[in-house]
Design a protein around this ligand. Structure first.
Ligand SMILES: Cc1cc2nc3c(=O)[nH]c(=O)nc-3n(C[C@H](O)[C@H](O)[C@H](O)COP(=O)(O)OP(=O)(O)OC[C@H]3O[C@@H](n4cnc5c(N)ncnc54)[C@H](O)[C@@H]3O)c2cc1C
Length: 386
């Protein structure tokens, strides 16, 4: 199959593919059954230096850009694996890097780069606020040298597998005129917090994602945990969210590649009515359409990542990359399942697992409707609907 692998960072891609051969379908299937964390895979990715790709060399990382990081995650997904267990270790540190103090950066970044510390939990979503982040109510009240944090977060992934978490909370009440002001970002030491005001409840979902609900009950956090200025936290997480959307779009491209590749091979081999099913245009056309969508979306991902790397505004492009890539992967997933007929439903083919996994990206980290709303109002100047 003519694919995009050679286009960018061929050496990195080859190295990731080699690593992934040690973690075949059986590995992911067994973990999926138990909803267990892929500890060995994450260790291998850490030791190979892939998770510190975006950390500057002066702090012990490889100082690569977002396009290279995207190539890493694309290959993990294209090989049939899943980067969700560790992708946030790559980009969550961005808020610390861009807005943290020199002391915070010196203390944490080298240890995050080496893998000694995991900063891969990002606490934004709340049960009563949903997508309207300005409605979060988790509150950090100043008390001497501490903040005292109370509230609830939901869908916080990898919280049980993180040493540190970036937490978005309110430090002053919501003001209708400036709804996104008054939020702050705290770097929480999870080991200290657990049992001392923080409780974690795992949520079993349709995919293996290590996601959780968090309850904060008067958790004391030193004021030195504040990233940047108090009250400006929402702005700080926005550029991190662009990076997250672009990298997840790259994962979607990898998923789409996996599905197109598997379907393409199967369509040539499977004989029904005395000929390969791929000889039927009813089978060929969805396959061809999936390929076209994958290639088109990958160009959008490349564009968004290039703008991000150049330090240019890229909110619309990051959203469009996430939208087109997640739609390409979901279309490809459905096509691949259909092409495999009954066998698509058998666990041993890995297709039903990847189908469940890639469905998430229609909803998280931002749902399709909210992206369309952003494009309609911010790019096309339509009246706001909320
Ligand atoms: C497995 C998983 C892992 C996650 N990991 C994390 C994490 O690590 N950290 C974190 O902070 N969050 C995480 N999330 C949360 C995720 O970002 C949210 O689920 C997502 O942003 C959607 O928010 P919501 O679930 O509150 O949906 P809601 O906001 O309740 O929306 C529900 C539906 O209504 C639609 N909708 C809402 N408002 C409008 C509107 N005005 N116009 C049109 N449609 C609208 C949405 O598109 C959506 O389809 C995770 C979620 C999942 C499922």
């Amino acid at each position: 199959m003519n694919d995009l692998r050679g286009d960018s960072f061929p050496e990195i891609r080859e190295a990731v593919r080699r690593l992934c051969t040690r973690f075949p379908g059986e590995y992911w299937r067994a973990l999926d059954r138990e909803r267990a964390y892929p500890t060995e895979f994450v260790r291998a990715m850490t030791e190979a230096g892939f998770l510190s790709a975006l950390i500057p060399e002066e702090f012990g990382g490889s100082g690569l850009g977002l396009r290279a990081a995207g190539a890493i995650l694309d290959e993990v997904h294209g090989s049939g694996g899943n980067g969700a267990a560790c992708h946030a270790q790559m980009y969550t540190m961005g808020s610390l890097l861009r807005h943290g103090s020199d002391a915070q950066k010196a203390e944490y970044l080298p240890r995050i780069a080496s893998g000694e510390l995991r900063l891969q939990a990002f606490g934004v979503t709340e049960p009563d606020a949903g997508t309207d982040t300005s409605r979060i109510t988790t509150f950090a009240k100043r008390d001497g040298d501490n903040y005292v944090v109370s509230g609830r977060k939901i869908w916080i992934s990898r919280a049980e597998h993180s040493d540190l978490m970036l937490l978005l909370c309110r430090t002053s009440r919501r003001d209708e005129a400036h709804a996104t002001d008054g939020m702050s970002v705290l770097l929480i030491d999870m080991k200290k917090a657990l049992g001392a005001g923080l409780a974690i409840r795992p949520i079993r979902t349709m995919l293996n994602h290590a996601t959780t609900e968090l309850t904060f009950d008067n958790l004391e956090v030193p004021t030195s945990s504040l990233i940047g200025e108090e009250g400006r936290g929402f702005r700080y997480i926005l550029d991190g969210m662009n990076a997250e959307r672009i990298l997840i779009a790259a994962e979607c491209i990898g998923d789409a590649r996996f599905f197109v590749d598997r379907a393409s091979r199967y369509a040539k081999e499977r004989l029904v009515f005395g000929r390969p099913i791929g000889a039927n245009q009813g089978v060929q056309f969805p396959l061809a359409r999936a390929y076209v969508q994958m290639v088109s979306a990958s160009l959008m991902v490349e564009r968004a990542a290039s703008l991000f790397e150049a330090g240019e505004p890229c909110g619309a492009e990051a959203n469009m990359a996430k939208l087109t890539a997640s739609e390409a992967s979901w279309y490809a997933a459905d096509m691949c399942l259909q092409t495999h007929g009954g066998f698509g439903f058998a666990e041993e083919f890995d297709i039903e697992r990847k189908f469940r996994e890639t469905r998430l990206y229609q909803v998280a980290p931002i749902s399709t409707n909210l992206i369309l709303s952003h494009i309609a109002t911010h790019v096309l100047g339509q009246p706001k609907s909320f």
